[in-house]
Design a protein around this ligand. Structure first.
Ligand code: FEO
Ligand code: CA
Ligand code: CA
Ligand code: CA
Length: 651
């Protein structure tokens, strides 16, 4: 089994035990887009059951299906050793695992790795990529990049797949673990587009920084200082070393980087002491099946020695990339989940609203609304804005409306009788707080992104093959949902602080030519244009969605993951086109446009992994040696930048 499969499937332990939120016996009262396309009769028949928004779209769909606004010619879906981009575009490798980031950093040498070298080089398995302009430039800025996790079988010679079940990580040594810890976290890199139109990394920039699993950080917000967060090394409950499994994230309007800790459960070793108070809490997060050997050599990752350390992970970390000496802050007000990302929008009243997915089968969609307002004229005034505000969890109702339920101690059932003695308890056990509020159990929420132009909010639901027939609900309409779907939400009155919203399923993913799949792309979508397993996404300045996928197992579907562009408006709504695809074994992450839409950064994560459990890959025998293709050089997870030949807007 590949490390990726281990992260994305096996570690999604499906441990939401509550029966409340699947709306199990509610029959799907709403009609799918496919139903809406059947014509005016159907529109008349359903007008009593759907909202105006859906009805208007249904009427539009009774006209002849139209073209999208995309002008590129799509690529063939498929899989091979390398990447492919639409004709007329370049996709250049910008930063590879092991590339030196500092003038004194050693060159990449896979046979002679060290933690010291890795901490001065670009890390492994980039996921989130954010571009923060310097000044107002679209061709010069800081790239902030998460390094989510490590594949020891592809990184280290002679190690092979390490597994707690059959080998107890027998080949992992303290030195290899130290390299892994240095390869985690993230990087701040100054980048610039030259006169030749090509991007490069500015060596020697004063902004360059590597964040690792050992970087000192501060814990802030209502959970900071809680007894449940205190450890032997940190009796204050306010200081922690490092961040792990940083998946997607966000960039704030005040120019900070939000880095979301996702599958943190896989880093904790050993067992809690018998009868420990955190047993139920840790079970809810799937802690107890280590995917890494760190706890063998570091007591803080061994629950039998440091039972509270796991409460110090699962947060969103805010990092100021303009100050390389700044201390990153874990913002507990945003809750503790397997955070996929943390994209936000400035509300019309100036408050900042962050949308958050918890990537686990049957877990929830959240949002956080700051108490204070963004001050565009005073950057310093915004730097602690994320410590005060309200966290909400989403309930999707069958009539196409929904409600944001506040996760506030003392309100409703969030009280001592239910084990929540304080707001710290609510935040440390965010998932259980969502359980008792009756939130809707979703099909693995990944990125959630708001379009500042239309105020539509898009939720990527990547898949959930464990949803049974009796667990189907209108917001998660397919049992054994192998390909995922996308929900479009609209806040009431375009007010992102409102507790009310409307929603509909934008598209059910998968191959539309296979009736049993039940996919609902528009009829203009070609055999290359459909996709499955939506994960990260970006919205361009025209409101079109660019969706990166994770999990199009090439053995099963004959296609690699990649980037698809989805029209969201007009007659072409629901039409998808294939723009870019990744090499064998990889997923695509972090698509990010520059403000002029002329450059698109994306991360190619875990190239060379196996799509077939029966064909294990290793450093010696990877599925590809992308991007170097040199004997003895393993595949290197990398950030690529896509531009149009001759310049201009992408898409
Ligand atoms: Fe790290 Fe949910 O993907
Ligand atoms: Ca990933
Ligand atoms: Ca993801
Ligand atoms: Ca994923």
């Amino acid at each position: 089994m590949s490390r990726s499969a281990g992260t994305e499937a096996e570690r999604d332990l499906g441990c939401n035990p509550t029966p409340n939120a699947t709306m199990g016996e509610i029959i799907a009262a709403r009609f799918s887009r496919r139903d809406l396309m059947k014509g005016a009769m159907a529109v008349a028949a359903i007008s009593a059951t759907v909202g105006t928004q859906a009805l208007q779209r249904a009427q539009a769909q009774t006209r002849a299906p139209g073209a999208t606004r995309f002008t590129f010619g799509e690529i063939e879906a498929g899989v091979d050793e390398t990447h492919h981009v639409a004709q007329g575009y370049d996709a250049d490798v910008l930063l590879r695992w092991g590339d030196p980031l500092f003038p004194d950093a050693p060159a990449f040498d896979p046979q002679n790795q060290s933690a010291e070298a890795q901490a001065r080089q670009f890390g492994y398995n980039s996921d989130f990529v954010g571009f923060i302009p310097i000044g107002n430039a679209a061709d010069h800025g800081l790239l902030v990049v998460n390094h989510e996790y490590t594949n020891e079988e592809l990184m280290f010679p002679g190690v092979g797949i390490q597994d707690s079940k059959d080998a107890n990580f027998s080949k992992m040594t303290p030195a290899l673990v130290a390299i892994e810890m240095a390869a985690h976290g993230g990087a701040v890199v100054e980048v610039r587009r030259g006169a030749d139109g090509k991007w490069s990394h500015v060596m020697g920039s004063r902004y360059t920084r590597r964040i690792t699993a050992d970087t000192p950080m501060e814990i802030t917000g209502a959970a900071a200082g809680s007894d449940r967060i205190k450890t032997a090394a940190d009796p204050t409950g306010r200081r922690v070393l490092g961040t792990v499994n940083n998946c997607a994230g966000g960039v704030t309007p005040w120019g900070t980087w939000l880095s979301a800790e996702e599958n943190f459960n896989g880093y904790f070793w050993g067992k809690l002491p018998e009868g420990h108070r955190e047993a139920g809490n840790y079970k809810r997060y799937g802690i107890g099946s280590p995917a890494y050997a760190w706890g063998k050599f570091h007591d803080r990752f061994d629950m039998s020695k440091e039972p509270n350390e796991a409460n110090r992970f699962g947060w969103v970390v805010e990092i100021d990339p303009f100050d390389p000496n700044s201390v990153p802050r874990k913002r507990t007000a945003l809750g503790r989940t397997k955070h996929e990302g943390a994209a936000g929008i400035v509300n019309r009243d100036g408050r900042y609203v962050i949308y958050l997915g918890d990537d686990e089968r049957f877990d929830y969609v959240y949002k956080f609304v700051t108490a204070g307002r963004v001050d565009p004229a005073n950057r310093a005034a915004n730097l602690n804005l994320l410590d005060e505000g309200t966290l909400y969890v989403a309930r999707y109702d069958a009539n196409g409306t929904g409600e944001w339920l506040p996760l506030v101690h003392g309100q409703g059932p969030l009280n001592a009788a239910n084990g929540f003695a304080s707001q710290a308890d609510v935040l440390i056990e965010t998932r259980r707080a969502g359980d008792v509020l009756g939130a809707t159990k979703m099909d693995r929420p990944e990125d959630v992104e708001a379009d500042p132009r239309t105020h539509r909010v898009y939720v990527m639901l990547t898949n959930n093959t464990r949803r049974g027939d009796e667990q189907v609900d209108p917001a998660n309409p397919r049992a054994r949902n192998a390909f995922g779907h996308i929900i479009e939400m609209k806040p009431e009155g375009d007010d992102h602080a409102s507790t009310r919203f409307t929603w509909e399923v934008l598209v059910k993913c998968g191959d539309p030519s296979v009736a049993a799949v039940g996919a609902t792309f528009s009829s203009e979508t070609t055999k290359n244009g459909w996709f499955g397993m939506p994960d990260n996404c970006a919205i361009d300045s025209q409101g079109r969605l660019w969706i990166a996928t994770d999990g199009n197992n090439a053995k099963a579907t004959g296609r690699a993951d990649g980037l698809w562009a989805l029209e969201t408006e007009g007659e072409g709504r629901g039409t998808s086109r294939h723009f870019f695809r990744v090499p064998a074994g990889a997923e695509l992450c972090g698509p990010c446009f520059t403000p002029d839409d002329a450059s698109l950064f994306a991360a190619i994560q875990h190239p060379g992994e196996s799509d077939d459990d029966k064909v294990p890959v290793s450093f010696e025998n990877p599925a590809t040696r992308w991007p170097d293709f040199k004997p003895g050089i393993p595949p290197r997870p990398s950030v690529v930048v896509i531009t149009r030949k001759g310049g201009g807007r992408i898409g």
